[in-house]
Design a binder for this molecule. Structure first.
Ligand code: NAD
Length: 285
């Protein structure tokens, strides 16, 4: 099944990439878009993003078969509440949020009878944000995790087909597993990048010596990741508290073990650890 009309709410990196990927796929779907700020709406119109850019939430969801919430996680509940009375019976509401339990708790209570809610999370992004940062190939060969959480199979399968057309592979997952997996492969790595750049900057301030200027490949990647959108990442940590604290605890244990090996000159432990992680990397290539 293809959607006749899709509404994109929030016109940033993910929504704009979805629009360009839909166009690339040749989907004959009418796409309406909405962003909160007048400036973003003007930029979207100038870029030709969406078939129509609407000035209200009520207008953007009118007659939509699929409504995509592509705003920061903390804003999703309020938007769901506002659009609820205007949703078409039989429509599907989905989201692209980086956490799922908090989104489901905030959004599901507002979904009216006869409308389906199928949460999703495309595992693709860059450090850029805003309506001019999107591109058609963002989702190519990337995972889009689908968390049906009780949604009917037909609505879930239709959303999977949609994401396949956008270039992504899909996998169904339960909500708890999703939030834990994302804490490991995305959220804590971002926290480490933010922290490393903070440490380098602190060193510069204390010693009054340049540090970041000399960054080479690995550290440059940290600075790139640490340039990611502050609102989005604040919301991720506030709403995936349990899983990120769980993984942070495990990470700290591993770090202490390596710290001890360094302090005691235990080269075997360091060598074995690094050999093991190199094998993991080779296994995924
Ligand atoms: P972005 O900052 O590029 O865009 C967000 C858009 O939402 C902006 O246009 C902003 O103006 C709008 N917005 C913010 N608050 C709003 C509100 N209350 N009402 C209406 N519009 C509002 O962000 P993005 O990277 O596209 O992220 C959007 C969602 O996708 C987030 O939930 C994020 O967790 C998720 N996500 C992001 C990435 C990534 O790496 N960037 C990856 C996967 C999922």
């Amino acid at each position: 099944m293809t959607y006749r009309k899709v509404a994109l709410i929030g016109l940033g990196l993910i929504a704009s990439s979805m629009y360009w990927a839909m166009k690339r796929a040749g989907m004959e779907t009418h796409v309406s878009g909405y962003a909160r700020s007048e400036k973003t709406r003007e930029t979207a119109r100038r870029l030709g993003l969406c078939d129509v850019v609407c000035d209200s939430l009520e207008e953007v969801v009118k007659d939509a078969d699929l409504v995509v919430l592509a705003v920061p996680v903390g804003a999703m509940g309020g938007i769901a509440e506002t659009i609820a009375p205007h949703l078409k019976p039989g429509a599907t509401v989905t989201d692209v949020g980086s956490v799922k339990r908090a989104v489901i708790e905030a959004v599901r209570p507002h979904i009216p009878e006869g409308v389906h809610f199928v949460p999703a999370h495309p595992m693709a992004g860059t450090e850029h944000s805003g309506p001019d940062s999107g591109f058609a190939s963002l989702f190519d060969n990337r995972w889009c995790l689908i968390v049906p959480d009780g949604a009917p199979d037909a609505a879930t399968a239709a959303l999977e087909d949609f994401w396949h057309a956008l270039g992504a592979n899909t996998e169904r997952m339960d909500v708890q597993h999703h939030d834990l997996v994302c804490a490991v492969v995305s959220h804590i790595p971002h926290l480490i990048a933010y922290t490393m750049v903070g440490v380098a900057d602190d060193l510069r301030r204390v010693s009054d010596q340049e540090v970041i200027k000399f960054s080479a490949a690995g550290f440059r990647d940290f600075t790139r990741i640490a340039a990611s959108d502050p609102t989005m990442w604040r919301d991720v940590f506030l709403t995936n508290k349990e899983a990120t604290l769980e993984i942070l605890g495990r990470f700290t244990e591993e770090l202490f073990a390596l710290q001890r090996a360094i302090r005691t000159g235990d080269g075997d432990t360091l060598f074995d650890y690094f050999t093991h992680t190199r094998e993991i990397r080779r296994g995924i290539l």
